[in-house]
Each structure stands twice: as C-alpha cells, then as structure tokens.
Design a protein around this ligand. Structure first.
Ligand SMILES: Cc1cc2nc3c(=O)[nH]c(=O)nc-3n(C[C@H](O)[C@H](O)[C@H](O)COP(=O)(O)OP(=O)(O)OC[C@H]3O[C@@H](n4cnc5c(N)ncnc54)[C@H](O)[C@@H]3O)c2cc1C
Length: 323
C-alpha cells in the first residue's frame, strides 16, 4: 500500500525546508506496536522556524498529524493520508533550568529524561515520568500520568504551532485537561513546555524513581510490543478488572493478545497487524459490554485508514443489542 508522493504533487513544498521529508514512510518503524501502514509524507522539522515555514505553505486541505515516540498509537494497516510530523531530538530535545523550580523542555524529550533532569536539579514531582515510555509532546496531549500524578500538575505553559504556522503560548488553564485528555485544538503541534516541581533532595527523588521502575518491571509487560493501557479506567472501577471479569485475559486474535501479565495491555506477540490489534480491542469491548454493561473507552489512539481486511465496527456492531 502506498500513497501518491506529495512532493511530486506539490513540488514547491520542500523548497527552503531544512528538515527531512520522506514519502511513504512505514509508520511501523516509529510505533511501539511495530504495526501500521505508511505516512503519505513524514516531516521531521529541523527546528520551530522550519516547522512554521513548512505548515505555512502546506495546502490547507492536506491533513497533518504530530506523532511522538508512538507509545500510545495504533496505526491502521492502510496508513495515514497527509503529513505526519515527528519532532527530532536535535531540534526539540533540549532541557534547561530556568529558575523558580522550573524547567523548560523540548517536546521531543523522552519523559524519562525530564524525570532525570528534575532529579539532578533537586525538583520533586516528576518521578512518575520514569515509568512512561513516551515523549513530552505526547504527554502534553494525553495528560500522561501514573502513580497519582498527571502532566497537568507539572505543566505551567507550552509553545504550540498551529496549522498555518503561527506560534502560540498556551497556559495550563487553556489546555482543558481531564483524565488522559486535553481539549486543546487538534491542529496544534506542541514544541516545548515549562514544567514546575517542588524542591526535594535528590536521594529521595531517586528512591521514588527506583520504586516506579520496580513496580513497572513487576506489573507490566514493558518489554513487549505494546501501547500501554488499552482502555481508560471507567468511573468507579479499573479497566483491567472488567477485561478480566469478561474472560479476556490472554484472549488472542492473530498476532494480538491481551497480556496475561496485565490484561489491560494489548501486545503484538510477533506478527500482529493493525487489524488484529483493533479487532481484538473491539472484541474485548463487546464482551465487557455484554458481561457488565460497561462501555470501555479506548485510551490508545487508533489512526489512519483500514487496510485490505476492511473496517472494524466499534463493539463489533453489537452495542445496540446489549443492555
Ligand atoms: C509500556 C507502556 C506503559 C505506559 N504507561 C503509561 C502510564 O503509566 N501513563 C500514561 O499516561 N501513559 C502510559 N503509556 C502510554 C504512552 O506512553 C503515553 O500516552 C505517552 O504520553 C505518549 O507519548 P508518545 O510520545 O509516545 O506519543 P504518541 O503515542 O506518538 O502520540 C500520542 C498522542 O499525542 C499526540 N502528540 C504527540 N506528539 C505531539 C506534539 N508534539 N504535539 C501535539 N500532539 C502530539 C499524537 O498526535 C497522539 O494523539 C504507556 C505506554 C506503554 C507502551
């Protein structure tokens, strides 16, 4: 499966651009699941000015999607039409201490690196990031959180570039944060953010970080090809409990499996396609709905076009018949 080359269709698109443009780049290379079709065009901007210049001249009818480290993405087998933007570590990977218990960090910084920098700076409140394998762009979009702390508790303000290439400063209160969600316009690409911690001694912080790592090793299949928690926790219960109660622990479709170790984690056991993974997820949703009446919501973002195996209906189309 491949798309028409956007650089052939719009020959001026690459003029003056310093970053990297790749047509039909397989996205399986940039997602934790290691599945998914190509991006019609992948753009890795050199820096913020390069990103703005590119967006400014990109025809407005071409869709744009930012991706981070791909740890929360299920890309469908038919790939993504339009431009996928991935911020490079070189242009967006800096961290600096700016005083008042604050750090400024680029959106391509892995969460773990921010936790490390905060520990060195004697700033508490970032240890939870040690266990989240994404980058800060994804954390800011998803309001990533763990062990009782969420991104929205640390983030002060961020820089974002809109679809026309304009630069904006968004304050915490502009982000419309909720559980694993932000209301900020889907058009925005976050490029850096300011985070604030609380003064704490480095030894205590490092103990907390070690506890986070130990918990992950014990409780989650972190060495597998996975997307983390598949479903959001429904009000008053945990997604894994509902998946387990509906008999879906270990459920396997093709190369996709609900992990035996943590049954809200979906894993690619080797040769899973995007279709296998999404079909498994919808099968679990249908079974949980039938078993407990709960409509699980995906936490993993599913993006792109269905492939040759065709579309998969939410709840396998069974929700109308369920209680
Ligand atoms: C083993 C494992 C454990 C996990 N544990 C946790 C956990 O404890 N808590 C938790 O919250 N999550 C967890 N996750 C999920 C995931 O790591 C987080 O959601 C993470 O914040 C996603 O970051 P990413 O860089 O991988 O983003 P991606 O998966 O690449 O993208 C996620 C979303 O963010 C958007 N996005 C990415 N970059 C930008 C940007 N620069 N500007 C605007 N939007 C952007 C994308 O468009 C997409 O909508 C886990 C995942 C795995 C694989």
């Amino acid at each position: 499966m491949s798309f028409p080359d956007l650089l052939d269709l719009h020959p001026k698109l690459g003029e003056g651009i310093r970053g990297k443009l790749t047509a039909n780049q397989p996205l399986s290379a940039v997602t934790w699941f290691r599945t998914g079709g190509p991006a019609q065009l992948l753009f890795q901007p050199a820096d913020e000015a390069d990103l703005s210049a590119f967006l400014n001249k990109l025809p407005k009818d071409i869709p744009v999607l930012p991706v981070g480290l791909g740890s929360n993405l299920l890309i469908r087998d038919g790939g993504l039409e339009g431009v996928v933007i991935r911020l490079s570590a070189r242009g967006f990977g800096a961290i600096e201490e700016i005083g008042n218990n604050r750090l400024r960090a680029g959106a391509a910084v892995p969460d773990k690196r921010l936790a490390e920098a905060a520990a060195k700076a004697g700033l508490g409140g970032f240890a939870f990031y040690t266990g989240i394998p994404g980058g800060l762009g994804g954390a800011l979009r998803m309001n990533a959180g763990a062990h009782g702390t969420e991104t929205c508790e640390r983030m002060v303000e961020l820089i974002a570039i809109d679809r026309d290439g304009n630069r904006h400063v968004l304050k915490n209160e502009d982000m419309g944060y909720a559980y694993r969600h932000s209301d900020a316009s889907k058009d925005l690409i976050f490029t850096s953010a300011v985070f604030e911690g609380l003064p704490q001694d480095e030894e205590t912080i490092r103990r907390e970080m070690a506890d986070v790592v130990a918990h992950r090793e014990r409780a989650q299949p972190i060495r597998e090809k996975t997307g983390g928690s598949t479903f959001k926790n429904p009000p008053g219960t945990s997604a894994w409990k509902e998946v387990d109660a509906a008999g879906c622990r270990g459920l396997t479709i093709g190369g996709a499996q609900m992990s035996e170790m943590h049954c809200n984690f979906m894993i690619n056991t080797g040769e899973a396609t995007g279709h296998d993974l999404e079909l498994l997820g919808e099968t679990v949703r249908a079974r949980v709905l039938k078993h407990s009446g709960i409509r699980l919501e995906w936490e993993i973002k599913r993006l792109g076009q269905f492939g040759a195996e065709g579309a998969i209906e939410p709840f396998l189309g069974e929700e109308k018949g369920a209680a």
